[in-house]
Design a protein around this ligand. Sequence first.
Ligand SMILES: Cc1cc2nc3c(=O)[nH]c(=O)nc-3n(C[C@H](O)[C@H](O)[C@H](O)COP(=O)(O)OP(=O)(O)OC[C@H]3O[C@@H](n4cnc5c(N)ncnc54)[C@H](O)[C@@H]3O)c2cc1C
Ligand code: FES
Length: 274
Amino acid sequence: MVPNIHELVVEAPDVAAAIKPGQFVILRPSETGERVPLSTSDFDREAGTITCFFQVVGESTAKLALLEPGDTIPTFAGPLGLESEIENFGTVVLVGGCFGIGSIYPIARALKEAGNEAHVILEARSKYLHYWVDRHEAIADSVTLITRDGTLGTKGHVSRIPDILNKLKIKPDRVIANGCTFQMKRVSDITKPLGILTIVSMNPIMIDGTGMCGVCRLTVDGETKFACVDGPDFNGHLIDWEEFLQRRKTYYEEEIEPLRRSGTGTTVHVCRNC
Ligand SMILES: Cc1cc2nc3c(=O)[nH]c(=O)nc-3n(C[C@H](O)[C@H](O)[C@H](O)COP(=O)(O)OP(=O)(O)OC[C@H]3O[C@@H](n4cnc5c(N)ncnc54)[C@H](O)[C@@H]3O)c2cc1C
Ligand code: FES
């Protein structure tokens, strides 16, 4: 779609028939491959397809990027996790970055359909990393683009959110953020002193995705939660972010080595925030 972010459209009619905004799937790119959780960016119940966006960060996503249109993947499980809360909250601001530019889209659409005023803020490092802007514009009350280098829209990063809210003259009843962990943490840090409820979609390391292994645990308001069955959406102001970031790094060295050996020939540029 843009450098290092790939669009994956999978024909999986049973999953497409049941999936709701905010839920995710777990797939394997090959028979012996690891399980890769991906958020849903769109679904077409008639065509029986699910759309996801993925960033190449390690061996499994590199393998996934090498698939050709028409290829088959051995497993594609879903819907997993709880759907996002969709009600008429009033005014909602939706913030997306990296793959979250895609995954925030069905949530924005559902909130708009539920009668909310939906304002979308999309963040990327540069102009060429933005995608699906037209799709967001087609459903949202406003779309604001942020680029860190100022090549498109507002210059900076999500710390510009208070300025953007002032410019739009809105006081959101809730903020929802999807994408890289640091970006969601930053959004939560910004909205906490403003007293705006902020929901984030957490992406810890997962194995089964059904509440059995405990690998995806995180602490929310002092309680242990499993992101795969209690989430992935949580109140960003109540998450123990330090612990979460530490747990994400657990297998860093082990993950880098197979990628070096794999010879996939794929260049990996992990998001600077991650
Ligand atoms: C519920 C959920 C939804 C997700 N949705 C998406 C999505 O829509 N698009 C997308 O690109 N990614 C998404 N992710 C992250 C994605 O699952 C991982 O990036 C992927 O599993 C990494 O696999 P890999 O083998 O390529 O990398 P690995 O070899 O496993 O890891 C390579 C590097 O990536 C880091 N890493 C490992 N797991 C994650 C993770 N969960 N998130 C971020 N970095 C990680 C490791 O620390 C390591 O440095 C989601 C994760 C969860 C739990
Ligand atoms: S991934 Fe195993 S319990 Fe959540």
